[in-house]
Ligand binder design. Structure first.
Ligand code: ATP
Ligand code: MG
Length: 340
């Protein structure tokens, strides 16, 4: 039996190169090897966008189109929308007994996201909802309802996977069973792409992205304004020079080389002289990135030309996910003695 892969995206906007390098490329690479499920996490998106249902609704199709455009094959991968799987909600309720409120408050990603919202929207700590605080519990249900084992994600998701492992272990201990594999995160070299503004993460919600669907012209313009330091020397030193290192990392991923090789490569091309500054490198990077994204952008246009194409894929995927969910729930209900 093949191992099971599950991962997903929040439908809060179209996907960007952070998603591509952090998670989508591994999904594509692993789709032949694993029984794969890709979830569009509309329920999770609503935890902090509940007043904006239209954005979430529309973004479901954007996110599906991006995943398909990069070469995920719907014959191999089940794509589904989270809210269409009631068993995820059911498991979330059972798991919520196994996690303390204090543990959720201490989750580093949840903490960082709350701090970011406070800064962006002037919210105070009191405005954090029960639903938002609890989304790591819901994420444990997302991963485990298919008995997922491998989870290709970006770095900020590590605390969520850890939380899931803790829930699984506790569930097994308390209900004296062994239903779930212990999930493992799968990180890629691009597991944390910084924003073009140098912020800790390129993020749909921070307006610091290059979207997969951006035009080549937008890509050139956005990269021109990408934040860099004043040293005028291209280097890969993420700790001390995060902004330029982030651009070098992107260059290395799309050219399929290591960051250190990228530096040598750029030096050989004469891009690393103080006289040239960063402008030439940024232009070269934009050109390379546009070349890399061209087939993805073309495929995306084809996919979105026929709205029923995505709809059908999401319906088939929903049925496959529900079949898997029912298998899991039979085991869960029996272990919890709620199989009346
Ligand atoms: P939001 O701001 O709504 O949370 P997001 O840009 O963080 O949006 P998600 O849908 O939360 O995107 O993330 C989907 C997947 O992409 C996750 O596995 C996440 O870790 C990964 N990911 C998101 N942003 C980046 C990034 N900048 N670098 C690497 N991976 C990323
Ligand atoms: Mg996110």
């Amino acid at each position: 039996m093949r191992k099971i892969l599950l991962t997903g995206d929040r439908p809060t906007g179209p996907l960007h190169i952070g998603h591509l390098f952090g998670s989508l490329l591994s999904r594509r690479e692993l789709q032949d090897q694993y029984e794969s499920y890709i979830m569009i996490a509309d329920v999770q998106a609503l935890t902090d966008n509940f007043e904006n249902p239209q954005k979430v609704h529309e973004s479901v199709y954007e996110v599906a189109a991006d995943n398909l455009a990069i070469g995920l094959d719907p014959e191999k991968v089940s794509f589904f929308i989270q809210s269409q799987i009631p068993q995820i909600a059911e498991l979330t309720v059972f798991y919520s007994n196994l996690v303390t409120v204090n543990t959720l408050r201490r989750n580093p990603t949840v903490k960082a996201e709350i701090a970011q919202k406070q800064k962006l929207f002037g919210q105070d700590g009191e405005s954090v909802t029960y639903g938002f605080l609890g989304y790591p519990v819901s994420q444990a249900a997302d991963i485990t309802f298919v008995r997922g084992e491998i989870v290709p994600v970006g770095e900020e998701q590590l605390p969520m996977i850890e939380q899931t492992r803790e829930i699984v272990e506790k569930f097994h201990r308390i209900y004296n069973c062994n239903i779930f594999p212990i999930p493992q995160a799968k990180l890629s070299p691009g597991s944390r792409i910084l924003g073009l503004d140098g912020k800790t993460k390129m993020s749909k919600s921070l307006n610091n992205t290059i979207f997969l669907k951006d035009t080549p012209e937008d890509t050139v313009e956005k990269l021109k304004t990408a934040k860099t330091d004043s040293e005028r020397r291209i280097d890969y030193d993420p700790e001390n020079r995060p902004e330029i290192s982030n651009l070098v990392l992107i260059y290395s991923i799309i050219n399929n080389i290591k960051p250190a090789e990228a530096i040598t490569d750029l030096e050989n091309q004469g891009y690393n002289s103080p006289a040239k500054g960063y402008g030439h490198f940024k232009a070269q990077l934009a050109d390379n990135l546009n070349g890399y994204l061209k087939p993805i952008r073309e495929r995306r246009k084809e996919i979105t030309a026929d709205p029923s194409y995505i709809k059908n894929i999401l319906e088939t995927g929903r049925d496959q996910a529900i079949a898997k969910a029912e298998e899991t729930m039979a085991l869960v209900r029996s272990a919890m003695q709620i199989n009346y």
